[in-house]
Ligand binder design. Structure first.
Ligand SMILES: Cc1ncc(COP(=O)(O)O)c(C=O)c1O
Length: 426
């Protein structure tokens, strides 16, 4: 076959501002490098996805991605970093099953033939935690919804209720304490993010904080602000927002919470669940994420994104940029005199990543027609993917790490022009 050469055309891409909620924008420089790697990785004559996943060449890719992530998030050695598949959704089950198995492993010999299985506590602040609870219940997990934010906000998501309103399970003894406390740091659909600086760990009762492993779904805001890994048992995130292409899910887990033998009769006797092989954290950790064929391209691109972020100020730089970008957009909303209304009622819980709002008629009701006009006005300036999630409607502008301040300024320009135009009609 004849060799071909091509030069890649990014002109249309350069004129497009992609504010999609995920999969979403990635840095162009990273994708250009990845395009080269896809064709011929480091002069091997083979594309990255054509290499053996067991080769030393690919092992170096995984090692480098892990090292960069450790540097970005200050991940200590007693935590494993696992690259796996199945998305955030698969971690809804994997997190509960593995934490329950770890809990059963910690319990002593069964005092009764059928010990009560441990509970899992959930803080439900949006659609993704609601889904995690649904999945846990489907698997027979005793899921305790410690708080459902809808009950504190007229049936809709849009607030993070205070810790004083949470009905956490008892953690009076290590045996009876729940196997985990689960939360989602940023609810992508609803635009709810735990107010800065993050999940209120210090407000948990002391015995609870000490005994109950804390589990975080950070799929849509990881690497956009610091997170204290040491105070978590498990942090997971799908890649397709701030990390890379969909396909890889990253799990950061404290090594002493990885159940050594989930199938051991003593663990099963204590209520430990059977876990599908590819979800067993021990299998992934023991095999350095190569238990089975991993999502090679996604891991590769994630590694490039991590390296790129390290060059651009790391998480501290991303935190500053996220504050500046979301500040601009929320500023335009505040200046709209009620034309744009945030869907998140609690100002401190408004997401820096997913800015959600309704466009409201002169009568004060959300107006689909006006929203369609706003989407069209965005499109005229090359801004795409700003329609709200199908389950909630409205507008959602996602300002992930790859969205620049300059691109955000164009959005704000469109918003301000739209405000002026609409005001002149009313
Ligand atoms: C916060 C959060 N958790 C979980 C998921 C589910 O991820 P996936 O589609 O990769 O299974 C998403 C998807 O957007 C998400 O935003």
């Amino acid at each position: 076959m004849a060799a071909t050469s091509s030069s890649l055309d990014v002109s249309k891409r350069d004129a497009t501002i992609n504010l999609g909620a995920g999969p979403s924008s990635l840095p162009t420089a990273v994708l250009l490098e990845a395009a080269q790697g896809l064709l011929d990785f480091q002069g091997t004559g083979m594309g990255l996805t054509e290499l053996s996943h067991r080769s030393s060449t690919f092992k170096a890719v995984v090692d480098s991605a892990e090292a960069s992530l450790r540097a970005l998030l200050d991940i200590p050695d007693d935590y494993a970093v696992l690259f796996t598949q199945g998305g955030g959704t698969e971690q809804f089950s994997a997190s509960a099953l593995n934490m329950l198995s770890a809990h059963a492993s910690r319990r002593g010999p069964a005092a009764t033939a059928t010990p009560t299985p441990a509970k899992c506590d959930y803080i439900v602040t949006g659609s993704w935690t609601a889904k995690a609870v649904k999945e846990a219940k489907r698997l027979g997990v005793a899921a305790n919804v410690a708080v459902d934010a809808r009950e504190h906000n007229g049936g809709k998501f849009g607030v993070v209720p205070p810790v004083s309103a949470w009905k956490l399970s008892s953690a009076a003894s290590a045996e009876d304490a729940p196997a985990m406390l689960y939360y989602c740091d940023n609810e992508t659909v609803d635009g709810v993010e735990f107010p800065a600086p993050g999940f209120p760990i210090d407000e948990l009762p002391a015995d609870y904080a000490e005994r109950v492993p804390l589990v975080a779904d950070c799929s849509s805001n990881i690497l956009s602000r610091p997170i204290d890994v040491r105070r978590h048992a498990l942090i997971f995130f799908g890649a397709q927002k701030n990390v890379g292409p969909s396909g890889v899910t990253v799990v950061i887990v404290r090594r002493n919470l990885i159940a050594h033998d989930p199938d051991a009769p003593a663990v099963l006797a204590q209520g430990g669940p059977r876990i599908p092989t590819t979800l067993v954290y021990k299998n992934l950790a023991d095999n350095a994420s190569l238990y089975n064929t991993p999502p090679m391209f996604s891991i590769y691109v994630a590694g490039l994104v991590f390296a790129d972020l390290l060059k651009h100020g790391g998480v501290a730089g991303a935190t500053e940029r996220a504050a500046a970008k979301s500040g601009l957009v929320y500023g335009a909303i505040a200046d709209s005199q009620g034309l744009f209304v945030p869907t998140v009622t609690q100002a401190a819980a408004r997401s820096r990543m997913n800015v959600t709002f309704r466009v409201v008629s002169a009568e004060g009701t959300p107006d689909d027609g006006l929203e369609a006009r706003f989407v069209a006005a965005c499109a005229q300036r090359g801004i795409v993917q700003v329609k709200g999630h199908r389950s909630v409607g409205g507008i959602r502008c996602s300002l992930y790490n790859a969205v620049t301040l300059e691109q955000t300024a164009v959005l704000v320009d469109v918003m301000r022009a739209f405000i002026a135009d609409e005001r002149s009609r009313r």
